[in-house]
Write a protein of this length. Structure first.
Length: 452
Protein backbone atom coordinates (compact mmCIF):
# COMPACT_ATOMS: atom_id res chain seq x y z
CA UNK A 1 0.00 0.00 0.00
CA UNK A 2 1.21 3.52 -0.81
CA UNK A 3 0.44 6.22 1.72
CA UNK A 4 -0.38 9.71 0.49
CA UNK A 5 1.18 12.77 2.16
CA UNK A 6 -1.99 13.70 4.08
CA UNK A 7 -2.92 10.16 5.18
CA UNK A 8 -2.61 9.22 8.89
CA UNK A 9 0.90 7.92 9.46
CA UNK A 10 0.98 4.08 9.53
CA UNK A 11 3.28 4.13 12.59
CA UNK A 12 0.29 5.10 14.76
CA UNK A 13 1.66 8.45 15.96
CA UNK A 14 -1.58 10.25 15.06
CA UNK A 15 0.29 12.68 12.78
CA UNK A 16 -0.04 12.99 9.04
CA UNK A 17 2.32 10.85 7.02
CA UNK A 18 4.08 13.93 5.58
CA UNK A 19 4.80 15.26 9.08
CA UNK A 20 6.03 11.97 10.54
CA UNK A 21 7.73 9.02 8.83
CA UNK A 22 7.91 10.67 5.38
CA UNK A 23 9.68 13.66 6.93
CA UNK A 24 12.11 11.36 8.75
CA UNK A 25 12.88 9.47 5.55
CA UNK A 26 13.69 12.71 3.76
CA UNK A 27 15.90 13.82 6.66
CA UNK A 28 17.72 10.48 6.73
CA UNK A 29 18.31 10.62 2.97
CA UNK A 30 19.66 14.17 3.22
CA UNK A 31 21.99 13.27 6.08
CA UNK A 32 23.23 10.22 4.16
CA UNK A 33 24.00 12.53 1.22
CA UNK A 34 25.87 14.95 3.51
CA UNK A 35 28.00 12.11 4.88
CA UNK A 36 28.81 10.81 1.39
CA UNK A 37 29.83 14.27 0.23
CA UNK A 38 31.92 14.71 3.38
CA UNK A 39 33.90 11.55 2.61
CA UNK A 40 34.46 12.71 -0.96
CA UNK A 41 35.60 16.18 0.12
CA UNK A 42 38.01 14.77 2.71
CA UNK A 43 39.59 12.59 0.02
CA UNK A 44 39.79 15.56 -2.36
CA UNK A 45 41.51 17.68 0.29
CA UNK A 46 44.08 14.94 0.91
CA UNK A 47 44.82 14.68 -2.81
CA UNK A 48 45.06 18.49 -3.02
CA UNK A 49 47.54 18.57 -0.11
CA UNK A 50 49.73 16.08 -2.03
CA UNK A 51 50.32 18.53 -4.90
CA UNK A 52 53.99 19.32 -5.47
CA UNK A 53 53.55 23.08 -4.99
CA UNK A 54 52.77 22.50 -1.29
CA UNK A 55 55.85 20.35 -0.63
CA UNK A 56 57.98 23.13 0.88
CA UNK A 57 55.11 24.25 3.10
CA UNK A 58 54.28 20.73 4.24
CA UNK A 59 57.89 19.87 5.11
CA UNK A 60 58.37 23.08 7.10
CA UNK A 61 55.01 22.64 8.82
CA UNK A 62 55.71 18.99 9.67
CA UNK A 63 59.01 19.80 11.35
CA UNK A 64 57.46 22.66 13.31
CA UNK A 65 54.56 20.44 14.35
CA UNK A 66 56.77 17.59 15.52
CA UNK A 67 59.05 19.94 17.45
CA UNK A 68 56.09 20.98 19.61
CA UNK A 69 53.76 17.99 19.60
CA UNK A 70 55.73 14.78 19.14
CA UNK A 71 58.54 15.58 21.56
CA UNK A 72 55.99 16.24 24.26
CA UNK A 73 53.06 13.95 23.58
CA UNK A 74 53.25 11.72 20.51
CA UNK A 75 56.02 9.61 19.07
CA UNK A 76 56.77 10.97 15.59
CA UNK A 77 56.54 7.46 14.13
CA UNK A 78 53.06 6.82 15.49
CA UNK A 79 50.03 7.08 13.21
CA UNK A 80 48.19 9.65 15.40
CA UNK A 81 51.09 12.08 14.94
CA UNK A 82 50.82 11.91 11.15
CA UNK A 83 47.02 12.02 11.08
CA UNK A 84 46.91 14.94 13.52
CA UNK A 85 49.52 16.81 11.50
CA UNK A 86 47.65 16.41 8.20
CA UNK A 87 44.44 17.56 9.87
CA UNK A 88 46.19 20.71 11.20
CA UNK A 89 48.01 21.34 7.89
CA UNK A 90 44.77 21.26 5.90
CA UNK A 91 42.54 23.28 8.23
CA UNK A 92 44.74 25.67 10.23
CA UNK A 93 48.28 26.08 8.88
CA UNK A 94 48.87 29.32 6.98
CA UNK A 95 50.53 28.61 3.61
CA UNK A 96 53.44 30.98 3.09
CA UNK A 97 52.81 31.94 -0.56
CA UNK A 98 48.99 32.00 -0.44
CA UNK A 99 48.58 33.70 2.95
CA UNK A 100 45.67 31.40 3.79
CA UNK A 101 45.20 27.83 4.88
CA UNK A 102 44.97 24.92 2.47
CA UNK A 103 41.21 24.37 2.71
CA UNK A 104 40.59 28.03 1.89
CA UNK A 105 42.96 27.75 -1.05
CA UNK A 106 41.08 24.64 -2.26
CA UNK A 107 37.73 26.41 -1.90
CA UNK A 108 38.94 29.45 -3.83
CA UNK A 109 40.34 27.42 -6.72
CA UNK A 110 37.60 24.79 -6.97
CA UNK A 111 34.47 26.77 -6.09
CA UNK A 112 33.17 26.86 -9.67
CA UNK A 113 33.38 23.06 -9.86
CA UNK A 114 31.58 22.47 -6.56
CA UNK A 115 27.89 22.22 -5.77
CA UNK A 116 26.21 24.31 -3.04
CA UNK A 117 26.30 21.46 -0.50
CA UNK A 118 30.02 20.91 -1.06
CA UNK A 119 30.72 24.63 -0.71
CA UNK A 120 28.72 24.71 2.51
CA UNK A 121 30.72 21.78 3.93
CA UNK A 122 34.06 23.39 3.11
CA UNK A 123 33.06 26.79 4.47
CA UNK A 124 32.01 25.23 7.78
CA UNK A 125 35.18 23.15 7.94
CA UNK A 126 37.40 26.14 7.21
CA UNK A 127 36.01 27.73 10.37
CA UNK A 128 36.65 24.65 12.54
CA UNK A 129 39.27 24.33 15.27
CA UNK A 130 40.86 21.76 17.58
CA UNK A 131 39.52 21.72 21.15
CA UNK A 132 39.05 19.71 24.33
CA UNK A 133 35.80 17.75 24.27
CA UNK A 134 33.96 15.98 27.08
CA UNK A 135 31.75 12.97 26.31
CA UNK A 136 28.30 13.76 27.75
CA UNK A 137 26.39 10.70 26.52
CA UNK A 138 26.95 7.64 24.34
CA UNK A 139 24.56 5.61 22.19
CA UNK A 140 25.14 2.64 19.89
CA UNK A 141 26.10 4.86 16.96
CA UNK A 142 26.36 8.37 18.40
CA UNK A 143 27.94 10.56 21.05
CA UNK A 144 27.08 13.92 22.55
CA UNK A 145 30.19 16.06 23.03
CA UNK A 146 30.73 19.30 24.94
CA UNK A 147 33.42 21.76 23.84
CA UNK A 148 35.14 22.64 27.12
CA UNK A 149 36.90 25.71 25.71
CA UNK A 150 34.77 27.39 23.04
CA UNK A 151 31.48 26.10 24.48
CA UNK A 152 28.52 24.29 22.96
CA UNK A 153 27.13 20.75 22.76
CA UNK A 154 27.40 18.74 19.55
CA UNK A 155 25.78 15.49 18.31
CA UNK A 156 28.35 13.22 16.67
CA UNK A 157 27.27 10.22 14.60
CA UNK A 158 30.23 7.85 14.43
CA UNK A 159 29.57 4.21 15.27
CA UNK A 160 33.26 3.30 15.42
CA UNK A 161 34.04 6.11 17.83
CA UNK A 162 31.02 5.35 20.02
CA UNK A 163 32.12 1.76 20.55
CA UNK A 164 34.08 1.57 23.78
CA UNK A 165 33.58 5.25 24.66
CA UNK A 166 32.17 6.17 28.08
CA UNK A 167 30.54 9.36 29.46
CA UNK A 168 33.04 11.62 31.17
CA UNK A 169 35.96 10.77 28.89
CA UNK A 170 37.95 13.71 27.55
CA UNK A 171 38.93 13.91 23.89
CA UNK A 172 41.30 16.14 21.98
CA UNK A 173 39.98 16.60 18.46
CA UNK A 174 38.36 18.74 15.76
CA UNK A 175 34.60 18.76 15.24
CA UNK A 176 33.49 19.34 11.65
CA UNK A 177 29.88 19.99 10.65
CA UNK A 178 28.24 17.49 8.29
CA UNK A 179 24.64 18.44 7.56
CA UNK A 180 22.71 18.58 10.83
CA UNK A 181 25.34 16.59 12.73
CA UNK A 182 29.08 16.56 13.37
CA UNK A 183 32.05 14.28 12.86
CA UNK A 184 35.53 14.19 14.36
CA UNK A 185 38.26 14.96 11.85
CA UNK A 186 41.76 13.54 12.15
CA UNK A 187 42.88 11.50 15.14
CA UNK A 188 40.82 11.97 18.31
CA UNK A 189 43.05 11.40 21.34
CA UNK A 190 41.50 10.23 24.60
CA UNK A 191 42.87 10.82 28.10
CA UNK A 192 41.77 10.41 31.69
CA UNK A 193 39.15 12.82 33.10
CA UNK A 194 41.22 13.04 36.31
CA UNK A 195 43.47 15.56 34.57
CA UNK A 196 40.67 17.75 33.25
CA UNK A 197 41.07 20.59 35.76
CA UNK A 198 44.87 20.71 35.47
CA UNK A 199 44.75 20.81 31.67
CA UNK A 200 42.00 23.44 31.58
CA UNK A 201 44.00 25.59 34.02
CA UNK A 202 47.14 25.40 31.86
CA UNK A 203 45.25 26.12 28.63
CA UNK A 204 43.33 29.02 30.19
CA UNK A 205 46.56 30.52 31.54
CA UNK A 206 48.12 30.42 28.08
CA UNK A 207 44.95 31.89 26.56
CA UNK A 208 45.04 34.82 29.02
CA UNK A 209 48.70 35.47 28.16
CA UNK A 210 47.87 35.30 24.43
CA UNK A 211 45.07 37.85 24.90
CA UNK A 212 47.65 40.44 25.94
CA UNK A 213 48.90 40.34 22.36
CA UNK A 214 45.39 39.94 20.93
CA UNK A 215 43.09 41.89 23.31
CA UNK A 216 39.98 41.14 21.25
CA UNK A 217 40.93 37.55 20.57
CA UNK A 218 38.24 34.95 21.26
CA UNK A 219 38.62 31.30 22.21
CA UNK A 220 37.77 30.44 18.61
CA UNK A 221 40.60 32.58 17.22
CA UNK A 222 43.01 31.30 19.86
CA UNK A 223 42.25 27.67 19.05
CA UNK A 224 42.49 28.34 15.32
CA UNK A 225 46.00 29.76 15.82
CA UNK A 226 47.31 27.75 18.76
CA UNK A 227 45.09 24.67 18.97
CA UNK A 228 47.83 22.38 17.67
CA UNK A 229 49.76 23.12 20.90
CA UNK A 230 47.09 21.54 23.13
CA UNK A 231 48.96 18.19 23.27
CA UNK A 232 51.89 19.97 24.92
CA UNK A 233 49.57 21.26 27.68
CA UNK A 234 48.27 17.74 28.24
CA UNK A 235 51.86 16.48 28.45
CA UNK A 236 52.64 19.20 31.00
CA UNK A 237 49.66 18.19 33.11
CA UNK A 238 50.75 14.56 32.97
CA UNK A 239 54.19 15.56 34.24
CA UNK A 240 52.85 17.69 37.06
CA UNK A 241 50.23 15.22 38.30
CA UNK A 242 51.44 13.87 41.67
CA UNK A 243 55.13 14.64 40.92
CA UNK A 244 56.33 12.77 43.99
CA UNK A 245 54.96 9.59 42.45
CA UNK A 246 56.53 10.17 39.05
CA UNK A 247 59.66 8.32 37.99
CA UNK A 248 62.20 10.08 35.80
CA UNK A 249 63.98 8.31 32.95
CA UNK A 250 67.09 7.42 34.99
CA UNK A 251 65.04 5.95 37.85
CA UNK A 252 62.94 3.92 35.42
CA UNK A 253 65.99 2.57 33.61
CA UNK A 254 67.48 1.64 36.97
CA UNK A 255 64.49 -0.60 37.65
CA UNK A 256 64.63 -2.25 34.24
CA UNK A 257 66.45 -5.54 33.65
CA UNK A 258 70.09 -5.32 32.57
CA UNK A 259 70.56 -4.92 28.86
CA UNK A 260 68.22 -1.95 28.48
CA UNK A 261 65.34 -3.90 26.93
CA UNK A 262 61.78 -3.17 28.00
CA UNK A 263 60.41 -5.99 30.11
CA UNK A 264 56.61 -6.02 29.86
CA UNK A 265 56.17 -7.75 33.20
CA UNK A 266 58.41 -5.22 34.94
CA UNK A 267 56.56 -2.32 33.29
CA UNK A 268 53.24 -3.76 34.44
CA UNK A 269 54.58 -4.09 37.99
CA UNK A 270 55.70 -0.45 38.00
CA UNK A 271 52.34 0.76 36.72
CA UNK A 272 50.48 -1.22 39.38
CA UNK A 273 52.80 -0.01 42.14
CA UNK A 274 52.59 3.68 41.20
CA UNK A 275 48.87 3.82 40.51
CA UNK A 276 48.03 1.76 43.56
CA UNK A 277 49.84 4.35 45.72
CA UNK A 278 48.07 7.18 43.93
CA UNK A 279 44.53 5.78 44.14
CA UNK A 280 44.93 4.73 47.78
CA UNK A 281 45.50 8.43 48.48
CA UNK A 282 42.91 9.52 45.91
CA UNK A 283 40.01 7.96 47.84
CA UNK A 284 40.62 10.53 50.61
CA UNK A 285 41.21 13.56 48.36
CA UNK A 286 38.55 16.30 48.14
CA UNK A 287 37.49 16.33 44.49
CA UNK A 288 35.75 19.18 42.62
CA UNK A 289 33.73 16.56 40.73
CA UNK A 290 32.16 15.60 44.08
CA UNK A 291 31.63 19.19 45.30
CA UNK A 292 34.69 19.03 47.54
CA UNK A 293 33.93 15.64 49.07
CA UNK A 294 36.24 12.65 48.96
CA UNK A 295 35.31 9.38 47.22
CA UNK A 296 35.22 7.67 50.63
CA UNK A 297 32.75 10.30 51.94
CA UNK A 298 30.62 9.99 48.81
CA UNK A 299 30.28 6.23 49.34
CA UNK A 300 28.41 6.82 52.61
CA UNK A 301 25.16 7.52 50.73
CA UNK A 302 23.46 5.54 47.92
CA UNK A 303 23.46 8.56 45.59
CA UNK A 304 27.14 9.23 46.30
CA UNK A 305 28.07 5.59 45.76
CA UNK A 306 26.42 5.69 42.32
CA UNK A 307 28.50 8.75 41.36
CA UNK A 308 31.72 7.08 42.50
CA UNK A 309 30.69 3.93 40.61
CA UNK A 310 30.14 5.97 37.44
CA UNK A 311 33.59 7.53 37.71
CA UNK A 312 35.29 4.20 38.43
CA UNK A 313 33.46 2.63 35.49
CA UNK A 314 34.90 5.34 33.21
CA UNK A 315 38.41 4.86 34.58
CA UNK A 316 38.16 1.07 34.28
CA UNK A 317 37.09 1.34 30.64
CA UNK A 318 40.23 3.36 29.91
CA UNK A 319 42.44 0.81 31.67
CA UNK A 320 40.78 -2.16 29.94
CA UNK A 321 41.39 -0.47 26.59
CA UNK A 322 45.09 -0.26 27.50
CA UNK A 323 45.08 -3.92 28.49
CA UNK A 324 43.41 -4.95 25.24
CA UNK A 325 46.02 -2.97 23.33
CA UNK A 326 48.84 -4.88 25.02
CA UNK A 327 49.85 -1.96 27.28
CA UNK A 328 50.45 -1.94 31.02
CA UNK A 329 47.19 -1.31 32.89
CA UNK A 330 45.75 -0.91 36.39
CA UNK A 331 43.09 -3.09 38.05
CA UNK A 332 40.75 -1.17 40.38
CA UNK A 333 39.67 -4.25 42.39
CA UNK A 334 41.65 -3.25 45.52
CA UNK A 335 40.41 0.36 45.34
CA UNK A 336 36.82 -0.86 45.08
CA UNK A 337 37.37 -3.03 48.17
CA UNK A 338 38.74 -0.06 50.15
CA UNK A 339 35.63 1.95 49.25
CA UNK A 340 33.32 -0.92 50.15
CA UNK A 341 32.15 -1.28 46.55
CA UNK A 342 31.47 -4.66 44.96
CA UNK A 343 34.09 -6.00 42.53
CA UNK A 344 33.33 -5.57 38.87
CA UNK A 345 34.06 -8.39 36.42
CA UNK A 346 36.68 -7.37 33.91
CA UNK A 347 35.42 -6.90 30.38
CA UNK A 348 36.57 -9.61 28.03
CA UNK A 349 39.50 -8.85 25.81
CA UNK A 350 38.29 -7.92 22.34
CA UNK A 351 38.90 -10.36 19.55
CA UNK A 352 39.89 -9.10 16.09
CA UNK A 353 36.97 -7.10 14.75
CA UNK A 354 35.44 -7.39 11.26
CA UNK A 355 37.77 -4.67 9.92
CA UNK A 356 40.76 -6.95 10.61
CA UNK A 357 39.22 -9.70 8.48
CA UNK A 358 38.24 -7.21 5.76
CA UNK A 359 41.87 -6.12 5.29
CA UNK A 360 42.89 -9.77 5.10
CA UNK A 361 40.16 -10.42 2.52
CA UNK A 362 41.32 -7.48 0.39
CA UNK A 363 44.88 -8.77 0.46
CA UNK A 364 43.73 -12.20 -0.73
CA UNK A 365 41.45 -10.68 -3.38
CA UNK A 366 43.67 -7.99 -4.91
CA UNK A 367 47.27 -9.08 -4.29
CA UNK A 368 48.45 -10.33 -7.70
CA UNK A 369 51.90 -11.29 -6.43
CA UNK A 370 50.99 -14.56 -4.73
CA UNK A 371 54.55 -15.05 -3.50
CA UNK A 372 54.00 -12.02 -1.27
CA UNK A 373 50.60 -13.06 0.02
CA UNK A 374 51.70 -15.22 2.93
CA UNK A 375 54.16 -12.57 4.15
CA UNK A 376 51.60 -9.78 3.66
CA UNK A 377 48.99 -11.62 5.74
CA UNK A 378 51.56 -12.25 8.46
CA UNK A 379 52.61 -8.56 8.46
CA UNK A 380 48.99 -7.54 8.92
CA UNK A 381 48.34 -10.17 11.60
CA UNK A 382 51.42 -9.20 13.64
CA UNK A 383 50.85 -5.47 13.27
CA UNK A 384 47.18 -5.70 14.21
CA UNK A 385 48.00 -7.83 17.25
CA UNK A 386 50.69 -5.37 18.35
CA UNK A 387 49.01 -2.01 17.63
CA UNK A 388 45.24 -2.72 17.56
CA UNK A 389 44.74 0.15 15.08
CA UNK A 390 41.39 1.85 14.56
CA UNK A 391 40.55 0.67 11.03
CA UNK A 392 38.26 3.18 9.37
CA UNK A 393 39.20 2.23 5.81
CA UNK A 394 40.25 -1.35 5.25
CA UNK A 395 41.43 -0.62 1.69
CA UNK A 396 43.91 1.98 2.99
CA UNK A 397 45.51 -0.52 5.37
CA UNK A 398 45.55 -3.24 2.69
CA UNK A 399 47.35 -0.87 0.31
CA UNK A 400 49.84 0.02 3.05
CA UNK A 401 50.59 -3.66 3.70
CA UNK A 402 51.21 -4.25 -0.02
CA UNK A 403 53.51 -1.20 -0.15
CA UNK A 404 55.34 -2.53 2.93
CA UNK A 405 55.96 -5.84 1.15
CA UNK A 406 57.20 -3.95 -1.92
CA UNK A 407 59.75 -2.14 0.25
CA UNK A 408 60.82 -5.39 1.90
CA UNK A 409 61.40 -6.98 -1.54
CA UNK A 410 62.90 -3.74 -2.98
CA UNK A 411 60.29 -3.70 -5.75
CA UNK A 412 60.35 -0.13 -7.12
CA UNK A 413 57.58 -0.86 -9.63
CA UNK A 414 55.01 -0.76 -6.83
CA UNK A 415 54.37 2.90 -5.97
CA UNK A 416 52.12 4.68 -3.52
CA UNK A 417 50.51 6.55 -6.40
CA UNK A 418 49.68 3.31 -8.23
CA UNK A 419 48.30 1.69 -5.10
CA UNK A 420 46.28 4.82 -4.35
CA UNK A 421 44.44 4.44 -7.66
CA UNK A 422 43.98 0.69 -7.23
CA UNK A 423 42.61 0.94 -3.68
CA UNK A 424 40.88 4.33 -4.09
CA UNK A 425 42.69 6.11 -1.25
CA UNK A 426 45.05 9.08 -0.95
CA UNK A 427 48.82 8.43 -1.29
CA UNK A 428 49.41 10.34 1.96
CA UNK A 429 47.19 7.87 3.82
CA UNK A 430 49.16 4.91 2.44
CA UNK A 431 52.41 6.63 3.39
CA UNK A 432 51.27 7.25 6.96
CA UNK A 433 50.00 3.69 7.45
CA UNK A 434 53.16 2.24 5.88
CA UNK A 435 55.40 4.22 8.27
CA UNK A 436 53.32 3.07 11.23
CA UNK A 437 53.57 -0.59 10.19
CA UNK A 438 57.30 -0.34 9.46
CA UNK A 439 58.21 1.19 12.82
CA UNK A 440 55.75 -0.84 14.91
CA UNK A 441 57.19 -4.14 13.62
CA UNK A 442 60.76 -2.75 13.49
CA UNK A 443 61.09 -4.03 9.93
CA UNK A 444 64.51 -2.43 9.54
CA UNK A 445 65.80 -5.30 11.68
CA UNK A 446 63.14 -8.01 11.41
CA UNK A 447 62.02 -7.61 7.79
CA UNK A 448 63.58 -10.90 6.69
CA UNK A 449 61.08 -12.66 8.94
CA UNK A 450 58.34 -11.80 6.39
CA UNK A 451 60.26 -12.45 3.16
CA UNK A 452 61.21 -16.10 3.69
Amino acid sequence: MKWERNDPCPCGSGKKYKDCCLKNKVADFQQHKWRRLAREMQEELLWFAEEERFTVDSEAAFQAYLDIVSDNFLESVEEPAFVSFIDWFIYDYQLQAEGQNLIQCFLTEKQRELGPMEVKLLQDWADSHISLLRVLAVGQEWLSLEDLLAGGEFPVWEKTLAEGMVPGAILLGRLIKVGDNYQLSGAALEFTPLLEEEILALVTGYYIAWQKECPKGSWHKFLKQKGFMLPSFIAEALKEEEPELALNREELEGLMPEGGGRDVTMTQQLVVQMLDQYYRRWIDLALPAFAGKTPREMCRTPAGRRKVEDLLNSLEQLEWAKRDGGEAYFDFANIRALLGLPPKPSSRQRLPDPSYREVKRLLEEREANQSWLRGAKKVWHDFYKEARPQVKKANAWAAAVVYTMARLFSDKDVTQKGLAKMYQVAPATISNHYRTIWHTLDLERSGQHYTR
